[in-house]
Design a protein around this ligand. Structure first.
Ligand SMILES: NC(=O)c1ccc[n+]([C@@H]2O[C@H](COP(=O)([O-])OP(=O)(O)OC[C@H]3O[C@@H](n4cnc5c(N)ncnc54)[C@H](OP(=O)(O)O)[C@@H]3O)[C@@H](O)[C@H]2O)c1
Length: 355
């Protein structure tokens, strides 16, 4: 299968290339960069230079996709990953689909079903609303069958992946509702902000520091609400606060629920055990163990644990993912696997990079 990566030298684009490295069934034939077009991919990303198929790849301008299709149709990708900045996919997705390729979009541009949500949360009008209905939200635990048939996959956001998987078993049993708010307290490593230089991501701003950001109105909030309320068939109230942690990779979510409004703790544990028993990339942790980002680093796993704080009557759900892996690139490759009709985990590492 021929693959293209638009935004190949960004963090998620290069992580997609890493997740595809060494596969006999895929061949990366097009990689793009606007600023580095004409340059050799592995000169810019030497950590990929041991992959035979990558050594000869030359970065191309994404403006030339139509020309590449016209001049070298045998090389044109069948599936293109869009690992680009927010809003850029609104213009790229229609082009990619018109050129006959499937698209796996890592931006937030096609994740929300309601057109009204884009100006409300992203502060922009959508430029390609005609594709919103077709786009499949790429969380396999919810949409596996639709992903297999999809032409356009909207890969989930990193925080939403962690928070949705924390709550999915409860949502699916309609145990979450508007009666009591859900509090999602989340922390991310700095690579979550991408490779593009910005003052808040400077080492001297991040090291020895810990802070919340976008305390109100983070655009990942509606994505969490959309998927969880659809799973349960009920509206719900969710308050999400992200924090920046001085580390490269990893997301930890601690979600708080009023346990008085839920079935007994033992029943909830049984529910999670049963729901995640056959899921290849969710590990429901044994009682008393605390998920750590280092255990999932570089992998597609989401580790989830439950804790009942009986005194105040709070159920705490702690979960972790790697933002660049399960939160972006390995989830995107799992979606590619589903679309290609092969095993969801093909080529994905099963062991976290520890320590
Ligand atoms: N970082 C994460 O943990 C994470 C997790 C989940 C989802 N995401 C999402 O994934 C996307 C990429 O994130 P990232 O962290 O990889 O960002 P990044 O490191 O800044 O890379 C983005 C790349 O997109 C390319 N690009 C930007 N605008 C473009 C345009 N108009 N047309 C074509 N290419 C364009 C740039 O490449 P050139 O300038 O070289 O062309 C850049 O290298 C974002 O939408 C982000 O929200 C990120």
């Amino acid at each position: 299968m021929r693959i293209g990566v638009v935004g190949a030298i960004g963090y998620t684009g290069s992580a997609v290339l890493g997740a595809l490295a060494g596969r006999p069934d895929t061949q990366v034939t097009v990689v793009t960069s606007r600023g580095e077009a004409g340059g050799c991919l592995t000169d810019l990303l030497p950590h990929l230079s041991g992959v035979p198929g990558y050594r000869d790849l030359v970065l191309e301008d994404p403006a030339d996709l139509e020309k590449i299709r016209r001049d070298s149709p045998a090389r044109f990708p069948e599936v293109i990953f869009l690992a680009v900045s927010h809003r850029a996919s609104m213009a790229l997705v229609p082009r990619v689909l018109a050129l006959g390729a499937k698209a796996i979009d890592l931006t937030g541009d096609f994740r929300l079903k309601s057109l009204l949500m884009y100006p409300m949360w992203y502060k922009v009008e959508h430029e390609a609303p005609e594709y919103l209905e077709e786009a499949v939200y790429g969380l396999p635990e919810i949409h596996r069958e639709e992903i297999r048939r999809a032409r356009l996959v909207a890969n989930p956001g990193c925080y939403p992946t962690c928070v949705i998987l924390s709550l999915l078993p409860l949502a699916e049993k309609a145990l979450l509702g508007p009666g009591s708010p859900i509090i999602a307290d989340c922390k991310s490593g700095v690579s979550g902000a991408g490779r593009t230089a910005a003052v808040p991501s400077l080492f001297s701003e991040v090291a020895e520091n810990f802070r919340a950001y976008k305390v109100l109105g983070h655009p990942h909030t509606p994505e969490m609400i959309q998927e969880l309320s659809t799973a349960g068939g009920k509206p719900l109230r969710l308050s999400f606060t992200p924090h920046l942690v001085p580390m490269n990779r990893g997301i930890e979510a601690t979600v708080y629920l009023d346990s008085e409004k839920l079935p007994p703790y033992k029943e909830i544990r049984d529910l999670y055990e049963a729901r995640y028993r056959d899921e290849p990339f969710v590990r429901f942790r044994p009682e008393g163990t605390i998920p750590q980002t280092v255990d999932v680093r570089g992998t597609n796993f989401c580790d989830v644990a439950l804790f009942h704080d009986e005194g105040p009557g709070i159920l705490k759900i702690v979960s972790v993912i790697d933002n660049l892996a399960r939160g972006a690139a390995t989830q995107a490759v799992a979606n590619l696997n589903l679309m290609a009709g092969v095993d969801e985990g093909l080529g994905l590492p099963l062991v976290g990079l520890r320590p």
